[in-house]
Design a protein around this ligand. Structure first.
Ligand code: PLP
Length: 372
């Protein structure tokens, strides 16, 4: 049995050995892809190869892929670069979308976290100002998949452009730029086993794009700055491997069935919607998420509480609140996410530790709440 079970792939996925090897090779070779001499040409060839690998993952043309410093930058630059004054987003977007544009209009979601297409349609019809609609492919906390093709149909009919944050979907389920019909699509390497600090924005050929980084002419004038050669090489290798090993629902179903048997009052958030096969967001009745995370950590299991916490502090999940979950229940939600190096023993270990904790704390917690 491994030293610990890492079940927090939606926060970051461990570096795949193939990505590590590609990065070491690129670091050793070095070179600036803009240089015309042989060292530059070799570096350029690595960037081009990675661009093809990333493009293949999302059914894009290599010329449509713009490398960035990660998903956050990709989201920020799409929201600004589309050049639309009016921006409509779903209530469950990642902060890198929600905080990227001023005065954006927030579209409500239903109890499963799915955007209300009727409200979107009405809002778009309510103004002649050309808009950008930004809706994520899959939610980072619940794994709930949005009906992107329907969003595109409604938005394009109203003359709006569409951005999709596919950071959590790519590498886990098929994501196809052309099939979805979106104009912009964001990716992040570290969510699929590549390094942190590198990502991409796919800009559909013909979609307007005003770069927010000015300087050299890198990335066909769409993102200035010398390319992160090692990071991009690692991203390409990870994208290529992720593409051939997409997740299945077997372990998620096993886990959810077992946890609901242990605690029938537990609730899987977004269970009524299509979800990523690697993600479970579940509330253990009566037990604060922070307590669960700490207890599971002591048992050698890494999972997240509610929203991933950038400052080390756990806050109540805005995603669950937008879905209408009571604050007291949102505080008990745990996010479990599998990935490329997960083995079935990890799942069994989590089930056993969750059972122990529930017997120790959950029952008494509920009893106390009832007695109060
Ligand atoms: N979008 C979503 C849905 C995410 O989950 C994350 C990371 O948590 C990001 C964007 C940001 O990506 P990055 O960490 O590469 O900046």
């Amino acid at each position: 049995m491994s030293a610990f079970a890492y079940l927090d792939h939606n926060a970051t996925s461990p570096l795949r050995p193939a990505a590590f090897d590609a990065m070491v090779e690129a670091l050793q070779a070095g070179g600036n892809p803009s240089s015309v001499h042989r060292s530059g040409r070799t570096a350029r060839a690595r960037v081009d190869a990675a661009r093809r690998q990333v493009a293949t993952l999302i059914g894009a043309r290599p010329t449509e892929v713009v490398f960035t410093s990660g998903g956050t930058e990709a989201n920020n630059s799409a929201l600004v670069g589309a050049g639309r004054k009016r921006v409509l987003v779903s209530a469950v977007e990642h902060d890198s979308v929600l905080k990227a544009a001023r005065g954006m209009e927030i579209m409500p979601v239903d109890g499963n976290g799915i955007i209300d297409l009727g409200v979107l349609e009405k809002s778009l019809a309510g103004s002649a100002e050309p808009a950008l609609v930004s809706v994520m492919f899959a939610n980072n906390e619940t794994g709930v998949l949005q009906p992107i093709a329907d969003v595109v149909r409604v938005a394009h009919a109203a003359g709006a452009l569409v951005h999709c944050d596919a950071v959590q979907g790519a590498g886990k389920v098929p994501v196809d730029l052309r099939g979805l019909g979106v104009d912009y699509l964001s990716l992040s390497a570290h969510k699929l086993g590549g390094p942190a600090g590198v990502g991409a924005l796919a800009v559909r050929n013909g979609a307007p794009f005003v770069p927010d980084r000015l300087g050299g002419g890198q990335e066909s004038n769409r993102r200035a700055g010398t390319e992160n050669l090692a990071g991009i090489s690692g991203f390409g290798a990870a994208a290529s491997e992720a593409n051939s090993g997409l997740a299945t629902t077997e372990w998620r179903n096993r886990l959810e069935t077992a946890l609901l048997e242990i605690a029938p009052a537990a609730r899987v958030h977004g269970a009524g919607a299509d979800r990523l096969p690697n993600t479970t967001c579940i509330s253990m009745p009566g037990v604060q998420a922070e307590t669960q995370v700490m207890a599971l950590d002591l048992a050698g299991i890494c999972v997240s509480a509610g929203a991933a916490c950038s400052s080390g502090k756990v806050t109540r999940s805005a995603v669950l609140l937008a879905m209408g979950v009571e604050p007291s229940e949102a505080e008990t939600a745990l996010r479990i996410s599998f990935g490329w190096n997960t083995v079935s023993e990890d799942i069994e270990r989590l089930i056993a530790a969750w059972r122990d904790l529930y017997i120790r704390v959950g029952h008494s917690g509920i009893a106390q709440a009832r007695a109060a």
